[in-house]
Design a protein around this ligand. Structure first.
Ligand SMILES: Cc1cc2nc3c(=O)[nH]c(=O)nc-3n(C[C@H](O)[C@H](O)[C@H](O)COP(=O)(O)O)c2cc1C
Length: 348
């Protein structure tokens, strides 16, 4: 790769500041949680044994113990790399998929993250670069390098115009991103997953992505980590008031997923944005997602306030989510993860 530009150097430093802000309450939406308005049916005649509930699923040619993905967060700094190693080990033990944070900076600095594949041989690992970077001159080479470095099973392209517009150093030129995604789908050696980072992907955008061949979308909706708020927290007070009206912009999962499920039947939808527990995961599946994802909740479990890595606590968090999902399915009366359309009318 080319030597790191000034922007790459800034981006490495920014990553650690972002981790601190993402762990704090500053980054959370102040609106009510959309999944609180979703009521799962309660089946007082479940007629199944809890032990029969099977939460496993297939994702990128691997079997996961439950439909869940740690979505991309870190990498490219000493702290980020340490976190990723721990995420990889525990994700592999718990058999959930693992997304890596943007690899632009690690690749530019020659900081390979190869070790992650060795620590996580049994799960899908998903690489990550930005949509704007993909659309730049060497974008496809960057994506290929990102895939090679991790021996990734898929590459996530993140779309985050809201975050970039509030970030003083952010990308303003978003032309050509869809075309670049189309080229990536046609030429890269693995599937392309497109994701937001917390403001949601609308139905028309999902249709455009599907039309160019994208088969996996992580909607990454509002309710959880708000990158608008994180970037706002880095601004001077005078600029902050300017961006205030934009801070809660975006879509909730309840607004977009049911319709997306109906009109894009073959799309794999990853539901994320503020996932709190296994009942939230059951609700995401119920709305029509194929798997759920979470970021900040797992970062907070893994890294203590004093920055110690607590692998046990991450493992417990993932096991709790899986157990809560099993119980939620049992209480619905389902042996397998279910969605409204294929279950409710027949059984509840
Ligand atoms: C510390 C941190 C860093 C992140 N970095 C990236 C990134 O580099 N690329 C990306 O696509 N998403 C990134 N995200 C966004 C997450 O993958 C996720 O979409 C978003 O945080 C919403 O999930 P949550 O509400 O469960 O945190 C990051 C999230 C966190 C918390």
């Amino acid at each position: 790769m080319d030597k790191p530009s000034k922007k790459d150097l800034n981006s490495a430093n920014r990553k650690d500041v972002h981790i601190d802000l993402a762990k704090s309450d500053i980054s959370r939406s102040s609106l009510s949680h959309p999944l609180d308005s979703v009521t799962l049916p309660y089946n007082s005649l479940p007629e199944i044994n809890l032990d029969e509930v099977d939460t496993s699923c297939r994702f990128f040619d691997h079997t996961l113990s439950f439909p869940f993905m740690i979505t991309g967060m870190t990498g490219g700094t000493e702290r980020g790399d340490k976190l990723n190693l721990a995420f990889a080990e525990i994700a592999n033990q718990c058999r959930v998929a693992l997304g890596i944070g943007s690899q632009r900076s690690s690749l530019a600095h020659g900081r390979s993250q190869k070790q992650l594949r060795r620590l996580a041989p049994s799960i899908p690992i998903i690489g990550n670069i930005g949509g704007v970077q993909l659309a730049q001159e060497n974008g496809l080479d960057l994506a290929k390098a990102a895939i090679d470095d991790l021996e990734a099973n898929a590459i996530a392209i993140h779309l985050n115009p809201l975050q970039e517009i509030i970030q003083p150093e952010g990308d303003r030129d978003w032309r050509g991103v869809l075309l670049a995604i189309e080229k990536a789908v046609k030429t890269l050696p693995c599937p392309v997953l497109v994701k937001e980072v917390g403001a949601g992907i609308s139905l028309p955008v999902a249709h455009k992505l599907s039309e160019v061949g994208v088969t996996h979308i992580d909607v990454a909706c509002t309710a959880g980590t708000s990158w608008a708020k994180i970037e706002a927290a880095r601004l001077a007070p005078s600029q902050l008031s300017f961006y205030e009206p934009f801070l809660e912009w975006g879509y909730s999962v309840t607004e977009i997923v049911p319709e997306m499920r109906k009109s894009l039947e073959h799309l794999t939808i990853i539901g994320s944005g503020g996932l709190r527990d296994g009942v939230d995961l059951a609700k995401l599946l119920w709305l029509g997602c194929d798997i759920g994802g979470g970021a900040a909740i797992l970062l907070n479990a893994l890294e203590s306030d004093s920055l110690d890595i607590q692998q046990n606590s991450l493992q417990e968090k993932l096991e709790t989510i899986q157990q809560q999902l099993s119980i939620a399915l049992f209480l619905i009366g389902a042996k397998r993860p279910v969605c409204t359309d294929d279950f409710y009318e027949k059984n509840c």
